[in-house]
Design a protein around this ligand. Structure first.
Ligand code: FES
Ligand SMILES: [Fe+2]
Length: 371
């Protein structure tokens, strides 16, 4: 596996990983026969729902002469290109009609495809699977299939609330991700009277362990210096509160908090839009405070505040990154970021050689930092 310890090498190269599911759009934005534009990994997409509400994603370019298909006509089944009226089945991209053909012309219409992507709705989002780039037979490539289902939020009871929020950031996927897993920015970026102040900074020790394609911050009792956790412990009347935080490639952070019969679960993704642009989507599910009218709003307020603080920070960071500075990652606070880069490199190496992925962590590790 390539050695990634030189600071210069750790300057994110914004490589975007294919062969994974990515969140494209909040599901509640896509209604009826509307066509929506979205971009994932620099691929322009058109997204919509068919007559029965099933979502679809096509490459937003007609295989004939590249017209954006989002400008076309959609009847709930087929999408018609506005340029020469070719029609495509929205679920597999297969061409259904070429109006200019005469009855004796033998072009096999059904062998022509608009690019189409596996698409699923899951926990408030429309997800799109971005396959590895295949050798293209221009316009004759059949759609790929996803090897697995889109990631889901883990839920621990039948009834729960669900909410999402998102923020766009003018930095690469790598900066977005390492910003998300960075423990040391908390006291400086996320100050609030109800959370913590920079004076509450203290030494912490957390245990990490390898999991397939990622790592886990093992179950523990979260920082006792934050008011919401104190409140939670009181409210749930629970002996202990456990929190588990997982990161898995390419971009998924899940957090699970359990206190007695109460739980809170979130699945956060950082999605590469383009090389220099990413979007953070937080979706949370919980059964805490379900009976409190202001519960969901309160939680959303807290999360929105955090995400906004991160967004503003990365916007400022993007100013500095414009000039391509040398960067460094230090131990132990930036070790998760190092693991991320090593996981990414190991994943790519395994793909290249066809061998099993060699996990950069050999076993559990305790990290210490002040935050
Ligand atoms: S460009 Fe779409 S039909 Fe010609
Ligand atoms: Fe943050």
């Amino acid at each position: 596996m390539p050695e990634l310890d030189l600071p210069q090498r750790q300057a994110p190269d914004a490589l975007m990983l294919t062969g994974f599911w990515y969140r494209a759009l909040p599901a509640d934005r896509v209604h009826g026969n509307q066509l929506h534009k979205a971009t994932l990994l620099e691929i322009p997409l058109v997204i919509g729902r068919d007559r029965v509400g099933q979502p679809f994603a096509l490459r937003d370019a007609c295989p004939h002469r590249g017209m954006p298909l989002n400008r076309g006509q959609f009847d709930g089944e087929n999408l018609e290109c506005p340029y020469h009226g070719w029609q495509f089945d929205v679920h597999n991209g297969q061409c259904q009609l070429i109006p200019s053909l005469t009855s004796d012309q033998t072009l096999k219409v059904d062998r022509i495809y608009a690019g189409s992507f596996p698409c699923e709705e899951q926990d408030a989002f429309i997800w799109v699977y971005i396959p590895d780039p295949a050798p293209q037979g221009a316009g004759f490539t059949q759609p790929s299939e996803a090897p697995d289902a889109a990631p889901q939020i883990e839920k621990f009871s039948a009834k729960y609330k669900l909410a999402y929020l998102q923020a766009e950031m003018p930095v690469s996927i790598d900066h977005g991700i390492i910003g998300l897993m960075d423990p040391a920015h908390g006291p400086f970026v996320h100050q609030a009277w109800w959370w913590r102040s920079r004076h509450s900074i203290h030494e912490k020790k957390k245990n990490f362990e390898p999991i397939p394609n990622g790592f886990r911050m093992s179950a523990h009792t979260p920082s006792s210096n934050s008011a919401p956790y104190k409140l939670l412990r009181f409210y749930a009347n629970a002996e202990s509160i456990t929190t588990t935080i997982d990161f898995v490639l390419p971009n998924v952070r899940t957090e699970t908090i359990r206190a007695g019969k109460y739980w809170f679960s979130s699945l956060t993704t950082v999605t590469p839009i383009t090389r220099n642009h990413c979007r953070i989507d937080v979706v949370a599910a919980w059964n805490l405070f379900r009976w409190l009218p202001f519960g969901p709003d309160l939680l959303k307020f807290v999360f929105a505040k955090f995400v906004e603080q991160d967004r503003r920070t990365m916007e400022m960071q993007a100013e500095g990154l414009k000039h391509n500075p040398h960067l460094m990652l230090i131990d132990d606070a930036d070790r998760p970021a190092k693991w991320y880069f090593q996981l990414k490199a190991a994943h790519l190496e395994a793909k290249r050689t066809g061998a099993e992925m060699k996990h950069p962590m050999t076993g559990p590790v305790a990290l210490r930092w002040r935050s």
